[in-house]
Design a protein around this ligand. Structure first.
Ligand SMILES: [Zn+2]
Length: 217
């Protein structure tokens, strides 16, 4: 009797202890493999809304996009971040990784990735929002804030801890997920600018990056 193989979505948000996972980091491939020993599809991220569909392990590595999804066991999809939100999409048929900064969110990257996830197979898609910059630390120009609010509603407007206009990036991501029909969302609640365990481009000018990697196991 042969057993039916059930695949489970798996994901990891790295932190500083895992080392620099920026695409130009020296020995980054070895560092990736130390986190998850599978071929990674990493991306040249441009704050757009293109989504790569990965049909075999490592396919589309280094291509230009801001999200990747896969239904293939043994393929790892990844994004690298240091304030932008890493969003893991998890379903019974596949997994996805989304790089969600404010420009990408306005461009519709979250909804585009959810749509691609749904094409992988049936079953509810859920999401986990990883460490990203939070309104406490994300002072934001009012013109740009208006742009995000026009796209995603006034719920994205917030204040920094010292009372200045701020963008609530996780709220913008949540709003995008809700619009795409994803109701089961866990937000890890970590602010990269506040957290000593994470790199922050905005708060400390870090050029190093943490990663989100997702795979089926
Ligand atoms: Zn903060």
């Amino acid at each position: 009797m042969s057993a039916v193989r059930h695949l489970a979505p798996a994901w990891r948000f790295t932190d500083r202890a895992d080392g620099d996972l920026s695409i130009t980091a020296e020995d980054v491939e070895a560092r990736r493999r130390a986190v998850v020993d599978l071929p990674w599809t990493w991306l040249h991220q441009v704050h757009g809304s293109d989504v790569m569909v990965v049909g075999r392990p490592g396919e589309h590595a280094g291509q230009t996009a801001d999200a990747a999804v896969t239904a293939v066991p043994g393929a790892a999809v990844a994004v690298q971040v240091a304030d932008c939100a890493p969003v893991a999409l998890l379903g019974p048929a596949g997994v996805g990784a989304v790089h969600a900064g404010w420009r990408g969110v306005v461009a519709g990257v979250v909804g585009a990735a959810v749509q691609r996830m749904r094409l992988l197979g049936p079953g509810a898609v859920r999401a986990v929002v990883g460490p990203c910059i939070r309104p406490c630390c994300y002072e934001f120009g009012t013109d740009d804030l208006d742009r995000v609010a026009t796209a995603l509603g006034d719920g994205v407007r917030a204040r920094t801890s010292d009372g200045r206009p701020a963008l609530d990036l996780p709220a913008a991501v949540q709003r995008s997920l809700a619009a795409a029909g994803v109701a089961d969302v866990v937000d890890e609640g970590v602010c990269t600018a506040c957290s000593p365990r994470h790199w922050s481009h905005r708060a400390r000018g870090d050029r190093r990056r943490q990663a989100l990697v997702a795979w089926l196991e």
